[in-house]
Design a binder for this molecule. Structure first.
Ligand SMILES: *Cc1c(COP(=O)(O)O)cnc(C)c1O
Length: 228
């Protein structure tokens, strides 16, 4: 068995244990395999071991992998920062975008979503760590942004996403994820998705209601380059 397949089994066990500890059905927590900086061959291995959802941060890298893996029934998620000049390709080549943090980007994605495709699934990225983080909309700006995005025809607003400041302290991890969960509850829009939790903090995220955990390192191994 490959290391990647072993890692996926270990992750499934971590997700199951965390969901059970939180009194949640483990099937409500889904694994998003984050393959940035990793080759298409690694994604192919993950697919063979059951992975269907793949997250990428860099458009050019993602498009190259999509081409190489076009024979597989993968669902592609864009999870990185979005520049205006990249929205058309993202709208055309992805099923989900987790990192929308301003209306202008959402409007472009909606306009540029091809008519023949289902609306693009959207998570709004929220800055739950204050000064410590650059990306994500401010919690105070979220209600207005969410209402505007929910009205765009080419998009389907699904929920919220956050990347809290990394910390090993479980209580601090949970406090950040709880902010995202409470923001979503307060929106009252019936959103069904919380994209939160990475390799080092997925247990805390699941305890606070994560429905997607975005896992790179614990699935594909350490990255040699690119962002942490
Ligand atoms: C890289 C990345 C991940 C995965 O992080 P790991 O710590 O390697 O699991 C998750 N989400 C986003 C937005 C990322 O950029």
């Amino acid at each position: 068995m490959s290391t990647i397949a072993d890692n996926i089994l270990a992750l499934a066990a971590r997700i199951d244990a965390a969901a059970s500890a939180a009194g949640r059905d483990p099937s409500t927590v889904r694994l998003l395999a984050v393959s940035k900086t990793k080759p298409a061959s690694a994604v192919r291995e993950a697919y063979a071991a059951g992975v269907r959802d793949v997250g990428e941060n860099y458009l050019q890298e993602a498009l190259a992998k999509q081409e190489e893996l076009s024979d597989l029934a993968l669902i592609w998620h864009f999870i990185g920062p979005i520049q205006s000049n990249k929205t058309r390709a993202i709208a055309e080549h992805f099923d989900w975008v987790h990192s929308v943090d301003r209306l202008k980007i959402a409007q472009r994605l909606s306009e540029q979503r091809p008519a023949g495709l289902a609306p693009l699934n959207i998570c709004l990225q929220v800055n739950v760590s204050g000064e410590a983080s650059k990306s994500g909309c401010a919690p105070d700006d979220l209600p207005a942004l969410a209402r505007s995005v929910a009205a765009l025809p080419g998009l389907r607003l699904r929920g919220l996403m956050a990347i809290p400041e990394p910390t090993d302290d479980r209580a601090t991890q949970e406090a950040a994820f709880a902010i995202l969960r409470e923001l979503q509850e307060r929106l009252g829009l019936g959103l069904d998705t919380l994209s939160m939790g990475m390799s080092h903090d997925l247990e805390a995220a699941i305890a606070q209601g994560a429905t997607w955990v975005r896992i790179g390192t614990a699935l594909f191994g350490a990255r040699d380059y690119g962002p942490a």
